[in-house]
Design a protein around this ligand. Structure first.
Ligand code: SF4
Length: 302
C-alpha cells in the first residue's frame, strides 16, 4: 500500500520513526512536509498526486467527511494534573465549573473532573458544536463545549497546552475563564483577552471603512473551503457599492497578500482564527464575515 503520513507541526519530529515502521511492513511511505493546521487541512491533493491509497493523519480526530481514505491516529499527551491544586484558591468563590481541553488531553478529562468533584465543585462538561467530536473538547474554531454551558456555570477551566485554544473559548463566553497550562506551569484568568479582541476588531473595521476593493479569502482545504459563503459575500459587498474579488489559496501566505496592493481589505472565509490572530501579518485589515457586516452597517449609517 502507498501511504502518505501527515503530522501537525508539533508532531513532525516523530514522522521518520513512523515511516520506517510502516516501510518494514512493506508499505511505500511518503511524509507530507507541508504545514498542517488540523484535520481541516488533510493533504488530499498531495495524496492524489502521488497515487496514495491512504492518508494516515496524526494528532487530530475527524473534522468533516472527505472523499478519501483517511486513518486518524490520536496522539495522547499525559500532562501533569497536579497543577490543578494551584487552581483551587482561584476558583474558591465558584461552585459550578465547566471544563474544556484539547484532543491530546481528552483521556485525562475524567481524572480532572474527579479532582474537582473531590474538592466540592459541580462539574459541567459541554458538547461541541460539531467540528470537535468529543464532549469537553475544543478546537480553535469549535468552542461549543464551553459556549453551550456558559449559562450553567460560574466559571470555566481550560486544561491544556498553549493559548490558541482557550482564546477562542474566552471570547465566546462571558464567565470568568481560568487557563491551566501544565507545560508552562501557568494558572491564570484570561478574561482580559475579551476586551483585547473587541478593541482589535473595532480597529480593523474602522481601518477598512473607506475600502473600495475587497478581496475575499477562499481556502481549498477540506475543512475550511466555503466557496458558497465567498460568493455570497461578494454579492453583498457589491450591493453596497464596493468592488469584490474572490481569492483562492490552500494556505494563504501573508507576504503574497501584502503584494496584492489594489485591495483595501480582505474578508476571511477560511479558518476563522485567521481574522482573529493573524491581523498584524498583513498591511491591510482582514475582516471576519461578521466584521464585514459591521462595516456595512456603519457605512450605511454615515
Ligand atoms: S481552528 Fe482553524 S486550523 Fe484549527 S481546526 Fe479549526 S479551521 Fe482548522
Amino acid at each position: 500500500m502507498r501511504i502518505l503520513l501527515q503530522f501537525p507541526e508539533g508532531l513532525k519530529q516523530y514522522a521518520l520513526e513512523h515511516a520506517k515502521r510502516l516501510e518494514k511492513d512493506g508499505d511505500e511511505v511518503f511524509i507530507s512536509a507541508s504545514p498542517t493546521f488540523g484535520a481541516c487541512d488533510l493533504a488530499i491533493d498531495e495524496a492524489k498526486s502521488i497515487g496514495a491509497d491512504k492518508i494516515v493523519h496524526f494528532g487530530h480526530n475527524m473534522f468533516n467527511k472527505v472523499d478519501f481514505n483517511v486513518e486518524f491516529v490520536p496522539f495522547e499527551v499525559d500532562a501533569p494534573i497536579q497543577i490543578l491544586e494551584r487552581s483551587l484558591d482561584k476558583l474558591a468563590s465558584f461552585k459550578r465549573i465547566g471544563i474544556v481541553t484539547t484532543v491530546q488531553h481528552l483521556h485525562q478529562l475524567q481524572k480532572i473532573r474527579e479532582f474537582y468533584e473531590r474538592n466540592g465543585f459541580v462539574v459541567v462538561i459541554g458538547k461541541p458544536f460539531g467540528f470537535a467530536k468529543a464532549d469537553g473538547q475544543i478546537l480553535g474554531c469549535d468552542v461549543g463545549s464551553a459556549a453551550r454551558i456558559d449559562r450553567d456555570v460560574d466559571a470555566h477551566v481550560y486544561f491544556g497546552g498553549g493559548r490558541f485554544h482557550p482564546m477562542g473559548a474566552v471570547i465566546n463566553t462571558t464567565k470568568p475563564f481560568l487557563m491551566v497550562e501544565p507545560f508552562e506551569g501557568v494558572v491564570e484568568f484570561i478574561d482580559h483577552y475579551r476586551e483585547m479582541y473587541r478593541k482589535r476588531s473595532k480597529g480593523k473595521v474602522l481601518a477598512a471603512l473607506n475600502s473600495k476593493n475587497i478581496g475575499i479569502m477562499v481556502s481549498t482545504k477540506n475543512g475550511q473551503s466555503n466557496i458558497a459563503l465567498g460568493r455570497l459575500l461578494k454579492k453583498r459587498i457589491e450591493e453596497h457599492g464596493m468592488q469584490a474579488q474572490l481569492l483562492v489559496s490552500n494556505t494563504f501566505d501573508f507576504e503574497s497578500m501584502n503584494n496584492m496592493m489594489e485591495f483595501d481589505a480582505f474578508v476571511n472565509t477560511a479558518c476563522p482564527r485567521i481574522a482573529m490572530d493573524d491581523t498584524t501579518r498583513t498591511i491591510k485589515p482582514i475582516l471576519s464575515p461578521n466584521e464585514l457586516s459591521e462595516l456595512i452597517r456603519i457605512r450605511e449609517a454615515l
